[in-house]
Ligand binder design. Structure first.
Ligand code: C2E
Ligand code: CA
Ligand code: CA
Length: 586
């Protein structure tokens, strides 16, 4: 403890002038003859921040000792977390002649044992004091500081942002916002553990501190999101080179405990200009630019443009329309037939969702699924269409139309959702009439136990499992080995060129070979002509799907088609003895 303040009476009693005392440690006043016991008592009270009062023998500046009564009062400032002791002293004239023992403790000469106990106690108290001190400091900083990285936290960032915007409005002080997001943080966390994740976050914070200047504000907004506010100098060059540098540095591998992994970052940049009507928008602009950088392939930065602004507005509109669409249950199932290549008959139908939009008509998934996934409503859409699929199967059965199975598409994220199995069970669809087509299976390997469990549960229930889009990069060989689906779907981009292009044909053949060698049934997607159908069939595909046999259609359309053709779509199958000729399927 140091002296922070003293008054004239203090100088009169102790002999120390104010300038001599301030900044000195309180121990300059402790008398050489102060009893051990009373000394410990004082330390204990001080360390525990307990107010107290005692008599003690003190030193004056000239070495003289004197008795005083001291009253200690603990003061603190909740705003800053600073603590003080206010000590008022009264000199006890009458004690001068005949010093009395302090009344607070038994001051008899301590024996060895109690001395050791006392030393131990001081030791403990000192430790406690260090802890309290840290606590006090952290309480003060907590308000503004991110505990993990020491950067500003979201709260402090928001306060600062207001100030920067006021400065912009009043003094034209323009600034840049850099919104930074790690591309594979979840992966690092999941594979290397949370300690590694924390370490990564701290190292990013350090890197940002290194690359920025004192006048910049660096904050961690939570998770793996950071933001930098940077005053705009004469050129915007220093902003772009900062964004560049951040992206570059994050390309370097991150290592932890001898393991190393890549975790790039994406950055969105926007400028708050004096001419802007609504500069508060600048952080949302940077966020939109960040989104764009991610969309363009991550590990890069991008600058906010007006088009992004338009896009972010329309995405918001779409998101709110989608929420309404869930309320109104505007999602309906369409069905596309899959043909057994041997018999030419319908094997099953793939359900493809459509949004029956009140003004825009029937919308394909590309128009809304990404946004739906982002706002987390795939589960609700699934509930709506699963119920309709159940209804459709019942209606078809009642009409005496044979549709053995239906396949539904399931995103990787939904497989990692522990409620998915419940949703399947409560859909009412008989499990043996259901196949699940797994999308983006490349993401599955990092999703861990829930996915594994979900897949095992599906298997147990008797639900078929298909791997979708094989060959696109959305589906991986490792996913294939992990999931062991009974059906492998070859993406239409491999099937479509097989008629014209022999090397595409060889590629398709080798992809089909992978599935066959693992005893899987193979589906050729994108069969648009008789030649496609013939070739795919000759190459060993078990099922054929594509516009040649039928586009995705409504339940009513499917029923009418199946009644009309009695489930027979193709006469050119492997069992067909007919001369193969190009012609319309019967
Ligand atoms: P996918 O699972 O690969 O579905 C096949 C897509 O290819 C469908 O597009 C289908 O209309 C189209 N297609 C079928 N045959 C042909 C053909 O011969 N030529 C061409 N050019 N295209 C053909 P759609 O209906 O637009 O669905 C697109 C994607 O949306 C689907 O791709 C699937 O990934 C996703 N999707 C559809 N329904 C759902 C759903 O309910 N949930 C989820 N999570 N995703 C869905
Ligand atoms: Ca599919
Ligand atoms: Ca597909």
């Amino acid at each position: 403890m140091e002296f922070q303040w003293c008054n004239k009476a203090f100088t009169r009693i102790t002999g120390y002038e104010e300038h001599e005392a301030l900044g000195q440690r309180g121990t300059i006043l402790i008398g050489a003859d102060l009893e051990q016991g009373i000394h410990l008592y004082i330390i204990e009270k001080l360390m525990n921040w307990e107010n107290f009062s005692t008599k003690a023998l003190n030193n004056r500046k000239n070495g003289e000792t004197y008795w005083q009564r001291m009253s200690w009062t603990h003061l603190s400032d909740p705003e800053t977390g600073n603590h003080w002791w206010l000590c008022s002293i009264i000199e006890l004239e009458e004690e001068r002649a005949e010093p009395t023992k302090p009344e607070v403790l038994d001051a008899s000469v301590p024996d060895q044992e109690s001395y050791e106990r006392a030393v131990e106690k001081v030791h403990r108290l000192e430790k406690e004091n260090v802890r309290l001190h840290r606590l006090a400091r952290s309480v003060a900083k907590d308000a503004n500081e991110d505990a993990l990285t020491g950067l500003s936290n979201r709260r402090h960032f928001e306060v600062e942002l207001k100030t920067w915007i006021e400065n912009l409005k009043e003094h034209g002080a323009e600034f840049a916002v850099l919104y930074i997001d790690l591309d594979r943080f979840k992966f690092v966390n999941d594979t290397l553990g949370h300690d590694a994740g924390d370490r990564l976050l701290v190292s990013v914070a350090k890197m940002l501190k290194e690359l920025t200047e004192k006048s910049d504000l660096v904050a961690r907004l939570g998770g793996d999101e950071y933001v930098v506010l940077k005053p705009l100098g004469k050129s915007a060059l220093n902003v772009s080179s900062l964004a560049d540098e951040i992206v570059q540095r994050m390309q370097a591998p991150f290592s932890f405990d001898g393991k190393s992994t890549a975790c790039s970052a994406s950055v969105g940049v926007a400028i708050a200009k004096a001419s802007m009507a609504n500069p508060e928008q600048v952080v949302a602009d940077a966020d939109a630019a960040l989104y764009h950088a991610k969309d363009q392939g991550k590990g890069r930065w991008s600058f906010f443009t007006e088009e992004m602004h338009a896009k972010s507005i329309s995405t918001k509109q779409l998101a709110s329309d989608l929420l309404l669409a869930c309320e109104r249950r505007e999602f309906i199932p369409y069905f596309q037939p899959l043909i057994d290549a041997r018999t030419g008959r319908i094997a099953y139908a793939e359900m493809l969702v459509r949004w029956c939009h009140p003004t825009k008509g029937i919308l394909a998934p590309a128009a809304f699924l990404d946004t739906a996934a982002q706002i987390g409503i795939l589960k609700r859409i699934d509930e709506i269409i699963f119920a309709s699929v159940h209804g459709a199967l019942t209606h078809l059965d009642e009409a005496g139309v044979d549709l053995p199975r239906v396949a539904v598409n399931v995103s990787a994220a939904r497989l990692a959702d522990p409620t998915f199995i419940h949703d399947i069970k409560s859909s009412g669809i008989a499990p043996e009439r259901l196949t699940v087509e797994i999308l983006e299976s490349v993401y599955l390997d990092r999703m861990g136990d829930v996915v594994r469990w979900t897949i095992d549960e599906l298997d147990e229930l008797g639900v078929g499992i298909a791997l979708d889009d094989f060959g696109t990069g959305h589906a991986s060989v490792s996913g294939l080995l992990e999931i062991r689906p009974s059906i492998l779907k070859i993406d239409r981009h491999f099937i479509q060129p097989i008629v014209e292009n022999p090397s595409s044909r060889r590629l398709a053949a080798s992809i089909i070979g992978i599935g066959k060698s693992l005893d899987m049934q193979v589906v050729a997607e994108g069969v648009e002509t008789e030649e496609h159908a013939q070739l795919a069939c000759e190459m060993g595909c078990d099922y054929l799907q594509g516009f040649y046999f039928g586009k995705p259609m409504s339940e009513d359309n499917l029923r009418d088609t199946l009644i009309e053709n009695r489930g027979d779509f193709w006469s050119g199958g492997a069992q067909s003895t007919a001369v193969r000729s190009v012609g319309k399927a019967g």
